[in-house]
Design a protein around this ligand. Structure first.
Ligand code: ADP
Ligand code: MG
Length: 836
């Protein structure tokens, strides 16, 4: 317990997995917590004693599963191992924490999602932000971000853990803690980069001070988490958020980029695009999707690659064949540098590197594709060949049990293997030799558990036994002996198994160290393979869906002919998706499209399809359209009215308005803004006036390209006074008493919502429908004013006697609590008073 407490004191905020024989045990509060979280039995040590200690344990061979669940739940776990062989140790076995697994620092396969990166974020003064994926060694850093931007970057990259300097305001901490584990840390000490290789040190030195400080903070944390190994090989990239198309959190969610509103990968854009055949390719594709480009040249270079691949299906197939099933080289190289690679990992690495020639061949002949090739590195090639040569085809998952290497790798190992397989022969040979030497024909070499190997001689032959035979045991039928030679052979045989394990472990560690030494080159190789796979997947999707190459330029025009929503189209089995044309002109207009139409007409679909086509083009993909010309966007904002977003679980008007405010604050002329039923989360009057004002602001002040879907037909009037507003509606036609949705976007507004027809199709009783029709008629006979005046419309109340206006104004004013009224409410009240 003293040993336990000493280790626990060094890792007070971690759950300590304390190795005791075949178990990891937890004690005290750790035991109580873990027993509850993992539904394990809570027992105790020294039961009944005054010093009784709560305790629970997990078997070491399945510990990684328990560990993964704790880390997933946001805990930190320190793994404390036995550092000596218990049978050889004197006194208590030495134990040490060999690694700490935290939500942000994980390299274990069981903890990691093969299809997503895992980021640890570090924040420093001056808006410095560093994001580090310990499983691949990728470090990206930037600076100059304000609080909101820091939160949004961490959310975008789904950082699982964030390190905050002490003294930073707690509002930032609270915002970050919504999605990540947050830890306060002192700044990294001087010389915190001393153990990095020259390349990494140089790259760090080139960063701005805030970016560097944030980077050093994450590296210090990772180093502490790997006390036995220090840091893996690191690739540093400086990035600027403005070099990427900014997608705010609402846009990522609303556009269902990596998961649907219901949290599923299937049905998301990524679910459609991800035809990759490797895990690292899938991660790369995901990253490209979440940070599209803004540089038209870069975009065009990516499009060249897609075009070349779309045009050549056999080449695509060859690439898929060359890449399919290859191991996760990036993560394996990192595990190797942290001493955590398995024999299976190394063999996988060797096999993957063996695919290089096939990959190369499949890219050859087209300059745009050849540019993607992994560089020819003789060391990497030699390592791959060596592994394939040395390691068996299907090696074990652990390095300690032998069975990893083939014959011919090491003379000592070969000898041991021969000894093990040839042990029986050697014993027979010895037996034959002793029979001959002693002349005892019935002499036998035998084995039992108590005495091991012995020579048995029957009683009548005992006088012939030479003096070099040492008697071990007398039995009824004769005597049992041993000889020096037999003893030696016995020792060799019995220890052969152990020696084999030892030698193989030693060889394995040496090989893993060689992999670690080449980690940087291997990471580069893996990055190339991942990129090839990601591009190939996009080309595959483009080809199957008959997508087109977009023209992305520096203008402000979005012009899409026959655009489709990629996911809605793919999920529609009837193949009857109706394409639509959309033109937005951020120059002379029309730049703001107001789209009306009944429920279920297809308004949201049109909106999203424009945003998705823009995003796809900027990630360098073909797009689902007949043709598309897109002036590059700097940000895509989307906002979906509260009641359309129940799955997001944030259906409050407050959130809706906060996000609208964010759009109005940060949108630029070059942004694309998509507003779907904004204003829906409040009463009709509020909603309409807010929607109106937001539309005006987008048109007059921001002048960006914007799409505004609304069920407020009144917004159609914006076009009359605002030159760059155009009205469209998604056509529907009444067919008898049914509505037929034509799904076609046509110019002009609509005032018909077909709500009652839809209600009829949905099965509302006839009596209710008839009543609804009557009410509608009375409303449509010029009672818009009446509607506007009552914030809550009460159809069935008796008409109120009209009061003299002055009194009405005074009465209304009396209800206003000025201290508790926001400017927006005040404006609304003023508008209301004017109408009295
Ligand atoms: P709204 O926003 O007008 O209520 P949606 O855009 O949500 O309507 O569309 C409702 C449904 O109509 C979608 O789920 C989709 O199945 C179908 N739909 C929408 N647009 C199209 C289209 N262009 N072609 C075919 N089906 C469509
Ligand atoms: Mg909708």
């Amino acid at each position: 317990m003293r040993q336990y407490l000493a280790q626990k004191a060094r890792y007070p905020d971690a759950i300590l997995f304390f190795r005791l024989g075949d178990f990891y045990e937890m004690f005290f509060e750790d035991a109580v917590l873990v027993a509850e979280k993992l539904e394990l039995t809570l027992t105790s040590r020294n039961k009944g004693d005054p010093d009784e200690v709560p305790m629970c344990g997990v078997p070491h061979h399945s510990a990684h599963h328990y560990l993964a669940r704790l880390v997933e739940a946001g805990h930190k776990v320190a793994v404390c191992e036995q550092m000596e062989d218990p049978s050889a140790a004197k006194g208590i076995v030495r134990r040490e924490v060999v690694r700490v697994v935290t939500p942000g620092v994980a390299i274990d396969e069981t903890v990691l999602d093969p299809l997503a990166p895992r980021y640890l974020a570090g924040i420093a003064g001056g808006g410095g932000l560093a994001l580090f994926d310990a499983s691949t060694g990728d470090l990206r850093a930037t600076d100059g971000l304000d609080g909101a931007a820091l939160v949004s970057e961490c959310a975008r990259l789904e950082a699982k853990e964030v390190l905050l300097p002490q003294g930073v305001d707690s509002a930032l901490e609270a915002a970050l803690a919504r999605t990540a584990r947050v830890e306060r840390r002192a700044p990294a000490p001087q010389g915190a980069d001393a153990d990095l290789d020259a390349d990494a040190r140089e790259a760090l030195a080139a960063l701005s001070a805030p970016a560097r400080e944030a980077s050093l903070a994450v590296l210090a944390y990772v180093r502490e988490a790997q006390p036995a190994h220090g840091l893996p090989a690191i690739r540093v990239t400086a990035y600027r958020a403005i070099d990427r198309l900014v997608l705010d959190e609402a846009a990522r969610r609303h556009l269902e980029l990596v998961r649907t509103m219901a949290g599923e990968r299937r049905g998301s854009l990524l679910g459609l695009l991800d035809r990759t055949v490797t895990a690292s390719g899938a991660r790369r594709l995901r990253e490209d999707l979440l940070e599209p480009l803004v540089d038209v040249h870069q975009i065009s270079r990516r499009l060249d690659v897609i075009e070349a691949l779309v045009a050549d299906p056999p080449r695509r197939d060859a690439l898929a064949e060359a890449l399919r099933g290859i191991a996760d080289v990036d993560r394996i190289a990192t595990r190797a540098s942290l001493g955590a690679a398995s024999p299976r990992d190394l063999r996988g690495l060797g096999d993957a590197l063996g695919r290089s020639p096939a990959i190369r061949a499949a890219l050859a002949g087209v300059p745009a594709l050849e540019a993607l090739q992994p560089p020819e590195d003789p060391d990497v090639a030699a390592l791959g060949a060596e592994i394939v040569d040395a390691v068996v085809t299907d090696p074990p998952a652990v390095a300690t049990g032998g069975g990893i290497f083939r014959r011919g790798r090491d003379a000592r190992l070969d000898e041991v293997i021969d000894l093990m397989s040839g042990g029986k022969d050697l014993l027979l040979q010895l037996e034959a030799r002793e029979r001959e030497a002693t002349g005892i024909g019935s002499l036998k070499v035998r084995f039992n558990q108590v005495f091991g190997y012995y020579i048995e001689v029957t009683r009548p032959n005992v006088p012939k036994v030479p003096p070099r035979f040492v008697r071990k045991q007398t039995v009824a039928t004769g005597e049992r002996y041993t000889t020096e030679e037999l003893d030696g052979l016995q020792t060799r045989l019995l220890t052969a198994e152990e020696r084999r394990k030892e030698i193989e472990k030693e060889l394995f560690d040496a090989l893993a160290r060689r992999v670690a030494g080449l980690a940087r080159a291997l990471g580069h190789w893996a990055a190339c393979a991942a990129q090839i796979d990601a591009r190939r997947a996009l080309a595959d999707v483009a080809h199957r869906g008959s997508w087109c190459r977009p023209v992305v330029d520096g203008g402000l025009v979005t012009q899409i002919a026959d655009g489709r929503h990629p996911v809605v189209e793919a999920l529609d089995p009837s193949g009857s998706f109706v394409p639509n044309d959309t033109t937005l002109d951020g120059g002379d207009g029309p730049s703001l499209l107001v789209i009306t139409g009944p429920n279920m007409a297809g308004k949201s679909t049109v909106l999203r399809q424009v945003a998705l086509i823009t995003l796809l083009a900027q990630m360098g993909s073909f797009v689902p359209a007949r043709s598309a010309r897109l002036g590059v966007c700097d940000r895509i904002f989307t906002r979906v009215g509260a009641s359309d977003d129940l799955a997001g679980g944030r259906s409050t008007f407050m959130v809706e308005m906060r996000e609208a405010a964010e759009i109005l604050r940060s949108a630029t002329r070059r942004s694309l803004v998509v507003l779907d039923e904004v204003g829906r989360g409040t009463s009709t009057f509020d909603g309409l006036s807010i929607a109106w004002a937001i539309g005006e602001h987008l048109h007059d002040a921001i002048r960006c390209r914007a799409l505004f879907a609304t069920h407020y037909h009144e917004l159609v009037a914006l076009a009359a006074t605002h030159p760059r507003v155009a009205n469209f509606n998604v056509a529907a036609r009444e067919h008898g008493s049914d509505v037929v949705f034509l799904r076609k976007l046509v110019p002009g507004g609509t005032s018909h919502s077909y709500g009652i027809a839809v209600a009829r199709m949905a099965g509302l009783p006839g009596s209710v429908l008839a009543r609804a029709r009557a009410v509608l008629e009375s409303l449509e006979s010029g009672q818009f004013e009446a509607r506007a005046q009552g914030a809550q419309l009460d159809l069935f109340a008796a008409p109120a006697p009209s009061a003299p206006p002055a009194d009405a104004v005074r009465d209304r004013l009396a209800t206003v609590d000025v201290d508790a009224t926001t400017p927006l409410e005040a404006l609304r009240i003023l508008a209301e008073l004017k109408r009295l």
